[in-house]
Design a protein around this ligand. Structure first.
Ligand SMILES: *Cc1c(COP(=O)(O)O)cnc(C)c1O
Length: 395
């Protein structure tokens, strides 16, 4: 079928998409309906940690779908308990509530913090978040986000999310009042362009929130489950947050996310939180397969080795062409091109069969599968360099 034969206009037009229809994926590769192959360094937006259609996920789906797809969130089911047990066993948290998207997990975190404030802090409800943060696309999570493009949309916003500046502890301290209940942030701001919260800042934030009796919420929807080279992003700073949210990589490509919390902040009463598909066996069975693969010996060493290979390659490329900074952690990496040419580089790369993402006009972000190979990394570096060269020559 040609692109024109598809009923593309039946879909709401919510973003600009190239006229390509993907029909198959395997590892770091995608194929379109005309049989063209693409090297995928987007991976569903940092979602497919194990690449496209890994056997452990297709088997978990096949096995579980033949056994039990959904009971009811009002009953226990085996896969959800087993996955919650894995998350708890390998983190500083004791309780898990599964959701279907990252935004829904963050909504849950906001609700949990507000409930805790209503019980323990005299109704305090404000959650300090950060400029350029991204927490999702529901009304409350858009309000919590600091994305400039969200500012004018869907007014009035949900109140109670004053914005501080990342890596500036004084800017947080200035916003604390009797109404404050929590501080919420991404250990690395992904959508903002891979801006790392420094370990010192995270440690300072933990000290400050503890001293002032506030909860610390880490949105690890992009950084969790191995992306940064440790299982959770907060581990780099050695801190113990009160609440964490997960998404993206947790399901390895299927819709699965989670609100995770320390026992002492779990104050939901029956009826406060729930949802039809939450913790359904089919998705949580996949989550356990993803966790087991991520926890396998040597897996995170590979993430770090590939991260170093990409970073070294991009730094060399940057030096050769007078570009800007390369930053990130593990396999969440960005290169600043120094000029607003990222969109053109993305288009040129796609023409050459490489999928890249430009979260900002001057920035390319790489979020490959965590099991990407050295050969695939080198192929990406070669194509990227060719495309940068061509775009710079034309500019
Ligand atoms: C992707 C993302 C979200 C939103 O997750 P959805 O599953 O798209 O709702 C929230 N926070 C961060 C840090 C993200 O990267």
């Amino acid at each position: 079928m040609n692109f024109a034969d598809y009923p593309a206009r039946a879909l709401m037009d919510i973003t600009s998409r190239p006229p390509i229809v993907f029909v198959r994926g395997e590892g770091s590769w995608l194929w379109d309906n005309e049989g063209r192959r693409y090297l995928d360094f987007i991976q569903g937006w940092a979602v497919n940690g194990l690449g496209h259609s890994p056997r452990c996920i297709t088997e978990a789906l096949a096995d579980q779908s033949a056994r039990l797809i959904t009971a009811s969130p009002a009953f226990y089911n085996e896969p959800s308990m087993l996955l919650a047990g894995r998350i708890v066993a390998h983190s500083v948290f004791q309780r898990v509530f599964f959701t279907n998207s990252g935004a829904e997990a963050n909504e849950g975190a906001i609700k949990l913090a507000r409930k805790w404030g209503s019980i323990h802090k005299d109704g305090a409800f404000e959650i300090i978040t950060f400029d350029n943060a991204f927490h999702g696309r529901t009304l409350a999570t858009m309000s919590a986000s600091g994305k400039p493009a969200f500012r004018a949309l869907f007014e009035p916003k949900v109140p109670g999310f004053p914005k501080a500046t990342l890596n500036d502890l004084a800017s947080v301290e200035r916003l604390i009042t009797d109404r404050t209940v929590a501080v919420m942030l991404e250990p690395i701001q992904g959508e903002a362009g891979v801006v790392v919260a420094t370990d010192d800042f995270l440690r300072g934030l933990r000290e400050l929130t503890r001293a002032r009796g506030l909860l610390l919420i880490v949105d690890e929807i992009q950084t969790g489950v191995g992306r940064t080279g440790k299982l959770w992003g907060y581990e780099h700073a050695g801190i113990t947050p009160d609440i964490m949210t997960l998404g993206k990589m947790l399901g390895g490509g299927v819709p699965l996310a989670a609100l995770v919390a320390r026992e002492e902040v779990c104050c939901f009463e029956h009826g406060d939180q729930g949802g039809t598909f939450n913790g359904n066996p089919l998705m949580t069975a996949v989550g356990s397969a993803v966790m087991d693969a991520t926890l396998a010996p040597g897996f995170l060493d590979h993430v770090n080795a590939m991260g170093e290979r990409i970073t070294a390659g991009l730094r060399a490329l940057s030096a050769r062409h007078g570009l800007g900074e390369v930053r990130g952690r593990g396999l969440l990496i960005a290169i600043d091109l120094g000029q607003d040419i990222a969109g053109k580089v993305v288009d040129a790369a796609r023409d050459e069969g490489l999928l890249l993402n430009a979260p900002r006009p001057n920035l390319i972000r790489l979020m490959p599968a965590l099991n990407v190979t050295a050969e695939e990394v080198d192929a990406m570096l070669q194509i990227t360099e060719r495309c940068v060269q061509r775009v710079l020559a034309a500019a």
